[in-house]
Design a protein. Structure first.
Lengths: 335, 317
């Protein structure tokens, strides 16, 4: 607990202001192949307006959706040994780390933050998938432990939002041990009678699913999110059968008893606030951030944008989402 | 309106009334008077019939297709209802509804069997016959409620737990047993309402409340009258006799102190005036809940356990 002082006086890293979206980018939806105007995608929190596909969300955009007034405080996480096994595959792990850091601006694949939701103080630990596939090594473990301890210190509910391929292979056995470690951490929150809520987002697989991510008092999932233990490819190769339709999707898990509810991104804030209110016996609070009004405005904006941009057709050569969507060598244990 | 066999005279009267209403333009005054006369006769007949329903007739009322079901009570009595799904093990069982919401301003966990209303929903809810997953979900939600000090309300309405190969393989009996055990261990108020059929183990899995309420024309029994007749009479047609013998009516069970109170139904049964039924049930729950909330958790648990351990014991006094 030598870094507990960080909690008592957490460094305010960032009080976030709404970001400016690039003006004339188009994005191709992976699910329906429709072109979506970039700004519109930002407004809908990366939900495709044509097919409702929930695209992966960079961690801070995720926090913007959840916290009241888009305001939160991030805490500085304790340092960990950078490359404990001096691991090297095709690339040095230390180089991969460096690249991920500069690409994401994050120290590792998790951000721990606190703020209010519907006026209720909450701690949120959220994964950054674009940091080595959100894989869980010692730093991520440290993040979950820190979040749990912060929740206990503040007597606040803990919300963990995994988006992770699983354990980080480059940290070997140490990353496996994070499964046990994070389990203790979230159990301590539950022992204090504080709500522990897991919001499963795309993808949640491997060792992350098989530890803290399946232990919530309430399990919420985003539509279409892949949630499972072994990767679909591994299963298919092992059993030599075609997998059922929708296998490992959030809705499939709902039918198989693994999650409580699948909640559309536009309803996330409202639903979580309502849940917390019920669990904590609070009176219903008016949602501070109304995403519905965003949705209503969306249609109008869409038309305006379309009119304005008729002159400039989409440029398919601009890669953007692909950076986030396909991590070929993300270092996680899911195959 | 679906009429039961003993409601023949009422069905005829109401048929006449609706015929008259269609002709009302033709011959104004007399028809209005006739309708009023017939309506008051319907009221009288309903009152007379429903005040002395036989156990077998009550069985039919309890199973009436228009009778309010679990989801109807939730819709009427629970605000902000958030369904919670799954046993975290095998499946989501739609035969048992579970979730958190607000009953008259207070957080509650609601659990109950849902039979479904039409072919599609009946199949979805498996006619209210739960599999082990349903009872395991119930148990999980009761434990969740216990952790957060949230009272539990159960609405019981099932012909019984689902008899099937898969259900047996996955431990139907164990799942029911654990559900009973968990119910009896809760340190939060547990109020159970038998709203229709309380069929055997599948019912008691959700019915060991601090307070067990029964609607006036609901039934609660170790076995269905038909099942009992075919086993003991070796003749399924003796269901009527079995229904008498089993003492399955709310009034019988109140007399035997198996339940704590009977909730009155509107004249002609809950299905004739669902709103009034929700109101009665809601008011009765609220009144008991208020009392139970005064009691400390350990005491709630102890009293519930004492109550059930004494069931069937000869009283000393
Ligand atoms: Zn799309």
């Amino acid at each position: 607990m030598n870094w507990l002082t960080n909690f008592v006086r957490p460094k305010i890293k960032r009080l976030v202001q709404p970001r400016e979206a690039p003006d004339n980018l188009w994005h191709k939806c992976q699910s329906c192949s429709e072109m979506v105007f970039h700004r519109e995608l930002e407004k809908s929190f990366r939900v495709c307006p044509h097919c409702d596909h929930h695209m992966r969300l960079p961690v801070r955009q995720r926090l913007e959706i959840l916290f009241d007034n888009k305001k939160w405080t991030e805490i500085e996480l304790p340092s960990v040994a950078a490359d404990p096994l001096k691991f090297k595959d095709k690339k040095k792990y230390s180089d991969r780390l460096k690249e991920a850091k500069s690409k994401t601006g994050s120290k590792d694949a998790i951000v721990v933050s606190h703020g209010t939701m519907g006026g209720i103080n909450v701690v949120i630990a959220a994964f950054e998938f674009s940091f080595l596939g959100g894989s869980m090594g010692t730093a991520v473990g440290e993040g979950i432990v820190a979040a749990a301890e912060l929740a206990i210190l503040q007597e606040a509910p803990l919300i963990v939002i995994p988006s992770s391929g699983g354990a980080r292979m480059q940290e070997g056995i140490l990353s496996l041990m994070q499964m046990a470690r994070t389990t203790v951490a979230v159990d301590r929150v539950r022992e204090k009678g504080l709500p522990y809520i897991v919001l499963l987002t795309d993808p949640t697989t491997g060792g992350v699913t098989a530890s803290f991510a399946m232990l919530g008092d309430i399990q919420v999932a985003e539509p279409g999110a892949i949630i499972g233990f072994a990767g679909a490819r591994v299963i298919e190769q092992t059993i030599r059968e075609t997998l059922p339709e929708g296998f490992q999707r959030a809705e499939y898990l709902l039918e198989h008893g693994m999650v409580d509810m699948v909640v559309h991104r536009s309803k996330l804030h409202e639903s979580l606030v309502q849940l917390l209110g019920l669990l904590l016996h609070r009176d219903p609070a008016a949602p501070v951030l109304s995403l519905d009004s965003v949705g209503r405005k969306r249609r109008r904006r869409k038309k305006e944008d379309a009119d304005r941009l008729l002159a400039s057709p989409p440029d398919p050569s601009i890669p953007d989402e692909s950076l986030f969507e396909s991590e070929g060598d993300d270092g996680s244990d899911k195959s | 309106m679906h009429f039961l066999e003993f409601e023949k005279s009422i069905a005829e009267l109401e048929g006449k009334i609706s015929e008259l209403r269609h002709m009302s333009d033709a011959d104004g005054m007399n028809i209005a008077e006739e309708v009023a006369r017939l309506e008051s006769k319907v009221d009288k007949d309903l009152k007379a019939t429903y005040s002395k329903l036989s156990p077998w007739q009550k069985t039919q009322v309890a199973r009436h297709p228009d009778r309010p079901h679990c989801l109807d009570y939730i819709g009427a009595l629970v605000a902000n209802f958030m369904p919670l799904a799954g046993d975290r093990n095998y499946s989501e069982d739609h035969a048992i509804i579970g979730g958190i919401g607000r009953f008259r301003g207070r957080s509650v966990m609601v659990i109950g069997q849902e039979k479904g209303r039409d072919t599609k929903t009946r199949l979805k809810h498996n006619f209210g016959m739960a599999r082990p997953e349903g009872y395991r979900k119930a148990r999980r939600l009761m434990e969740l409620a216990d952790r957060f000090g949230i009272p539990v309300l159960t609405f019981v309405d099932t012909a019984g737990a689902y008899p099937g190969i898969g259900a047996e393989e996955r431990g139907q009996a164990e799942a029911i047993a654990r559900s009973i055990e968990t119910s009896l261990n809760l340190r939060v108020p547990l109020i159970s309402v038998i709203i229709g059929e309380g069929g055997s183990g599948g019912a008691i899995a959700l019915a060991t409340g601090n307070i067990v309420l029964m609607l006036e024309h609901s039934i609660y029994s170790v076995i269905s009258p038909e099942g009992c007749a075919s086993i003991l009479w070796r003749d399924g047609d003796q269901a009527k006799a079995a229904a008498e013998a089993l003492k399955l009516t709310a009034q019988d069970l109140d007399r035997l102190s198996i339940i704590d109170a009977v909730v009155q139904e509107p004249i002609g049964g809950a299905h004739r005036n669902a709103q009034a039924t929700y109101q009665n049930v809601g008011d009765t729950i609220e009144q008991h809940l208020k009392n139970l909330l005064e009691v400390e958790g350990g005491q709630l648990r102890a009293k519930r356990r004492d109550k059930f351990i004494a069931m069937g014991r000869l009283s000393d006094s």
